[in-house]
Structure formats: structure tokens, C-alpha cells
Design a protein around this ligand. Sequence first.
Ligand code: BGP
Length: 481
Amino acid sequence: MSFPKDFLWGGATAANQYEGAWDVDGKGASIDDHLRGGDGIHGIPRQVDIEFDPDAIYPSWEATDFYHHYEEDIALFAEMGWNVFRMSINWSRIYPNGDDAEPLEAGLAFYDKVFDCCVGHGIQPLVTLSHYELPYSLVERYNGWASRDLVDFFFTYAKTVIDRYHDRVKYWLTFNENNLGWSDRGTMLSTSMLQGFTGRRDEIHTTPQMRLNALHYQFVAAAKIVKYVHENYPDLKMGNMDAFLTSYPYTCDPADVLENQKHMRQHNWYASDVQVRGKYPAYAKAFWREWGAEPDIQDGDLELLAEGKVDFYSFSYYMSNTVTTHTDVEQTEGNMSMGGKNPYLKASDWGWQIDPIGLRWTLNEIYDRYEIPLMVVENGFGALDEVVVEDGIERIHDSYRSDYLKAHVETMGQAIDDGVDLIGYTWWGPIDVVSAGTGEMRKRYGFIYVDKHDDGTGDLHRVRKDSFFEYQKIISEARGA
Ligand code: BGP
């Protein structure tokens, strides 16, 4: 394999799906704490509850309880050979209402312990500042990211945690997958809520004007913190994070090719062009015309975008879809998206089409465009796992997950041979966590099984799946051990 010796191998999680302890030590409610679980296989979306129902289950409340299991979990990560662990900080654990005058010391102390534990195991943390998480109070009082006020609240929060942890965390990501502001699923209430793009007071969540503004405010907020870091901590590296929704023209009909180009711009390039190149792309104006709205660009915003360009590009990659102008193509699901079925690909139980070659193609496309270091910070396979007991020991024979992993690692190696400067790979959900899109537990991605179920039962004990040993082997071979 072609991986450099210092390549970053690890896994990726997010506080809202993993941490639990939703109201412990003064933490405020987050947007995701107001979401119930849905059913992805049967197309039942997550429900948003403004008021909590005492009889309902809110999956993020306990999730898989990293809060109380972090030492055990990080030791397991180290056993696999990781040198990087992607996680996110819960903004509402630091500022419970989002705009409090002072941060909560108990929240800050928790992440101190987590980062110290990682460093003690030779694992460097890679931290997402905002991963589908926002203090819910900001939604109630400001309509979430529809309000420009959030730029300064976010900056205060981000500055607080970077000032505190800069000695242990070198790599930071700003917003998780904010390009999904334009995904097909982005118009659904639960997705808007996950992105903090919705408001309680007027409950507007689908107008192009509001989404353009929310995205613009996130771009400005991201640029502001990137600029601050560059000026104060030149050794740190700041990245964006996009959900790369790879798509192909369904046919070679030029109309399909053109339509796919538009799809790629809208879903993939619009957000990263701003964050990597520091300016809106030329084609943005054509979209704004079509949508009948323009973002609220105020004096100083464009200068800030130019000053806050990221150092590396990170993205999630799970599947690919097709785009067509023809109406007879069967549709299927993707990561917060829909697209045409590809007759050459198989799909997961949730309809996500498995496409390792697409990862090589995607890495090359991104690198050709930007020529800055790349990281694949999410890639994984959500499946229904079965626990079997053999000689009194619990086992999960998840060869389907190992196959997916091996195939994608292989095409990443080929992309490196193609000339792509790929510096790291973090598998999504290396330990079972709550699904973001569907809120399900049964959609499992982990190399480590967690005894936790959709009805809220389970004692949270951890079990190494077969894929745990596969990843361990891949990492050790890649390092030439
Ligand atoms: C990405 C999110 C993650 C994660 C993953 C898998 O979009 O960044 O938070 O959940 O997708 O998606 P899902 O959990 O919906 O299967």
C-alpha cells in the first residue's frame, strides 16, 4: 500500500450521537436533544418535539454514553492502532444557552480529561467545532443560524475551546457538512433542525432566503475563527467539512452531463469553494437568480471570507448517486440525499449505493480543484448486526463491513498513487452511535458493538466485532509493522 508512515488512521464520532449525558453537569439542551428516532428502512422521518414528551425516547440523551465510557473507549481505539480520533465538542456543554457570559468549567474540564486520555494513548484529537449541534436556546430565541447574531456567539465559543485546548489539538474542523444546506433532505424539518437552520418562533425552515443566509453566516463565522487561529496559533490547522455527494450523469446524454455539473456545484462545490478559495464562485449568482434570493452579505463579510481560507479540505464519503433529466430512472436514498439508482452498484439496507471507485474519483476531483491536503473524515457502512454467542463469548461476524472498509482503503491508496495529497482517514462511527439521519441505533457502523437499542434498552457494554481486527490489521500493515 502507498500510505505514508505518518498517515493519520482513526475513527470519527460526534458528541450529539455518542456522548449522552445530555443534561449532566449543567449542560443545556441541544437541537438534537429535541429529535426522536425514525425508521430509515421504511422511510419514517425523525420527529422534532418543541416540548419534550415524557413518554418519548430521545436517542441523543444517552446515546452510547461516551461521557461515562471515554477511558474504556479510547483504550479500545488505541488497541486498533489509531493515531487520530475525530470527535466534536458539545457547544451546549460549554455555553448551555449559547450566549452565556461565562463558559461552564465543568464542561471544559470534561474535554480536558478526554484530550489528556487521547494524548496518553498516542492519539491526537481532531475536533469538529460544530457537528449537528447548537444550544437549543439559540433556536428559541434567535431562530438558529437564520440570525447573524450567531456569528459572534459561535466565535466566542470556538475561541474559548481553541484557547483552552490548542496545546493538545492541532487539527480543527469548523462546521460539519454545511453544504447539506442544499441537499434534497435539507428541506426536511429534522434535517434543518440538525443543521440549526430552523427556528421555533416562525418555524421557517425551507425558504431559499433563510438557507442562503444561514449558510452565509456559517461561512463568515468559520472564516472569523480560521483567521483568529492563523493569527494566534500558526501551528494549528483548520479545515472545512463537506458531505461529498458524488454523482454521475445517468447517461451520456449531454443534457444529463450538464445537469450533473449543476448538481455537483450546488451540493458539493458551493460551500467548499467559499471556504477553500475565500470567495463565492462565479456560478453562485446564477443559483441566486434561480432561487430568487441573495445572501445577506454586509460590509466586511467578503474581506473576512478572503482572510479565513482553510488549510486542508475534509469530507465524508459514503456512496454515490446518479443524476438525470430522464424521468424513468428509479430513485434511491443517499447521505441526506436522493438520486438515481446505478445499475453497476449494490446498496446497503438503507439504499446507500456502495462505490469504492467513486472515492478514488472524488479524491482526484477535489485535489485537482484545490491542491491542498485532503482528509477523509467520514466513510463507513451502516448495517443491521447480529450478535451470536460462541463458547460463551459474544461475537459479531460483520464481513460486509470489513469488505466495505478494505475496498475503500484500497482505492484511497490508488488515489495517493495518482498524486493526491491525502493525509488521513477516520472511519465513521468506529463504535456504534445513534444515526444522524434516522436517529436509529440499529443502523450500526461500529467496529465496536454497543449494547443499546432503539427502545432505549441495553446495558451499554462494548464488544469487539470482527471488523475491529480487520481495521487493526490494515493499520499495522499500512505502517509496515
Ligand atoms: C454524516 C454525518 C454523521 C453520520 C453519518 C452517517 O452525514 O456527519 O453525523 O451520522 O453521516 O449518517 P447516518 O447516521 O444518517 O447513517
